[in-house]
Design a protein around this ligand. Structure first.
Ligand code: MF3
Ligand code: CO
Length: 236
């Protein structure tokens, strides 16, 4: 799984540098498609339950699963990019949220807290621990900063399929959930809202938005649980 995960990390790092005012999310999607071909890999999301693109692009009040559009990004937007790759029978999956130009202090804080919450979760993905220790670490960190955790979408196991058991919620009771063991691989992916946690799906049947119009951020890593602790596979 190191190979698809490394490709995911490289493509997201490239896209991050390209995000600026005037760029469209369709431009970013084209670049992601092109990069994945160069690596002789496949974009994991395209065609998955008929999802139309390689990349999910979710600006501002969009939480996840935003479809790339021809609308140029504007200074002050925030943009979540979620990308998955299939290579040699295995999947990798990761997401980042990036500022477009100069963003408000609030937006910058939401991004920082969401990213940090992912690492709080990862730190708890250890053999002998319980799944909801990961969930609780994310939730308690996020709520201590005054933001809210999306309930309706969760992380997941990953391997030969993009989505495997177990579901990995970003909220839960510590000490509960399945026992974590070496060899398990989890996609841990906090989706964090500025205001309330409620979300809804738009009529395109994909785009998830906040009900109250508040901002939302998303970070994700594919993480292997090993004897020596968690290993983030989706890093450079
Ligand atoms: N990255 C998403 C996840 O973590 C998957 C996107 S759904 C798709 O579950 F249909 F767009 F692939
Ligand atoms: Co995922």
């Amino acid at each position: 799984m190191k190979i698809p995960c490394k490709i995911v990390a490289e493509v997201l790092a490239l896209l991050k540098e390209l995000v600026k005012p005037g760029v469209t999310t369709q431009d970013l999607d084209s670049i992601a498609s092109c990069e994945v071909k160069k690596h002789k890999a496949k974009a994991a999301f395209k065609g998955y339950h008929n999802y139309p693109n390689a990349l999910c692009c979710s600006p501002n009040n969009q939480v996840v699963h935003g479809i790339p559009t021809s609308i140029p990004l504007k200074n002050g937007d925030i943009l979540s990019l979620d990308f998955g790759v299939f290579y040699d029978d295995f999947y990798g999956d990761a997401a980042i949220t990036v500022p477009v130009g100069d963003v408000s202090d609030l937006a910058a804080t939401l991004i920082k807290v969401t990213e940090q919450s992912l690492y709080e979760g990862v730190r708890n993905a250890v053999p002998g621990g319980r799944l909801f220790d990961v969930s609780y670490a994310i939730q308690s960190f996020v709520e201590s900063k005054g933001f809210s955790v999306v309930r309706d979408f969760v992380g997941h196991g990953i391997g030969r399929c993009l989505h495997e058991d177990p579901q990995v919620p970003n909220f839960g009771v510590p000490g509960k959930g399945i026992l974590l063991k070496p060899g398990m691989v989890l996609a841990i992916e906090p989706m964090i809202n500025q205001l309330g946690h409620d979300v809804r799906v738009l009529k395109d049947d994909w785009t998830v938005v906040t009900c109250d119009g508040g901002l939302s951020a998303h970070f994700e890593h594919t993480v292997a649980i090993t004897d020596s602790g968690p290993v983030i596979l989706t890093c450079l």
